[in-house]
Design a protein around this ligand. Structure first.
Ligand code: AP5
Ligand code: ZN
Length: 217
């Protein structure tokens, strides 16, 4: 299966993609994570992406596609993938279709996580992750069971993203509405669009997504 999670910053793409990985054995493929790894490693692509990401804009299609193709060439993607944060432009969507077609595949479903923009500023600003395993948390909505200790790996070091401040989140929301939201109509035309209300509790959305995945795959 090739699943796409569409939604603005804070919609829960990463949170739910990691759960779908657990529930269905699929592989999460986040271009945001891949780009942050490139920035941290100081690669040429990372150097070009850094300032754009910190300002809340979209990294150019050529950089994103090169990074994505590298990742798609790895053998584990054969288990099926959940694309989290990709595609984000019409050009990326067309490139994905072409890449899949080469392998005789197509998008199974593009799932739009529907949320209120205003709530996203609070969700993103309160977010932090485990520095060891990457598990995501939130100051208010998803605290570890034992304060200061990761539920998943027991790690005690946590980190926050450089672009998770209210001002940059508003830029990211704008980029989403200008460049990514039109993809909802694109996938609707292809007959693979699914929508889910993503304002409820995390566990409830996980169940709803699970039902969609079972139905389409
Ligand atoms: P990326 O890393 O993709 O960030 P994003 O799209 O802005 O999405 P987020 O990671 O902020 O949100 P999410 O939907 O994953 O929410 P999460 O599950 O963490 O991209 C970052 C940057 O990289 C971009 O700005 C761009 O510059 C660049 N980039 C990446 N891909 C690109 C591409 N394809 N093309 C060009 N540029 C690209 O949840 C957020 C918080 O809310 C968490 O704390 C979570 O615990 C909490 N939460 C989740 N669900 C709920 C819920 N239902 N109720 C309450 N709290 C919840
Ligand atoms: Zn951890």
């Amino acid at each position: 299966a090739v699943l796409i999670l569409l939604g603005p910053p804070g919609a829960g793409k990463g949170t739910q993609a990691r759960m779908l990985e657990e529930d269905f054995g699929l592989v999460q493929l986040s271009t945001g994570d891949l780009l942050r790894a490139a920035v941290a490693a100081g690669t040429e692509a990372g150097k070009r992406a850094k300032a754009v990401m910190e300002a809340g804009g979209l990294v150019s299609d050529d950089i994103v596609l090169a990074i994505l193709k590298d990742r798609m060439a790895q053998p584990d993607v054969a288990r099926g993938i959940i694309l989290d944060g990709f595609p984000r432009t019409a050009g990326q969507a067309a490139a994905l279709d072409a890449l899949l077609a080469e392998a005789g595949q197509r998008v199974t479903a593009a799932i739009s996580l529907e949320v209120d923009d205003e709530a996203m500023v609070g969700r993103v600003s309160g977010r932090y992750t485990c520095g060891t395993c990457g598990e995501g948390y939130h100051d208010e909505f998803k605290k570890p069971a034992v304060a200061g200790t990761c539920d998943k790996c027991g790690g005690t070091a946590f980190k926050r993203r450089a672009d998770d401040n209210a001002e940059t989140v508003r830029e990211r929301l704008k980029a989403y509405h200008d460049q990514t939201a039109p993809l909802i109509a694109y996938y609707d035309k292809l007959g693979v669009l699914e929508r889910i209300d993503a304002m409820g509790p995390i566990a409830q959305i996980r169940t709803g997504l699970g039902a969609i995945v079972n139905r389409v795959s």
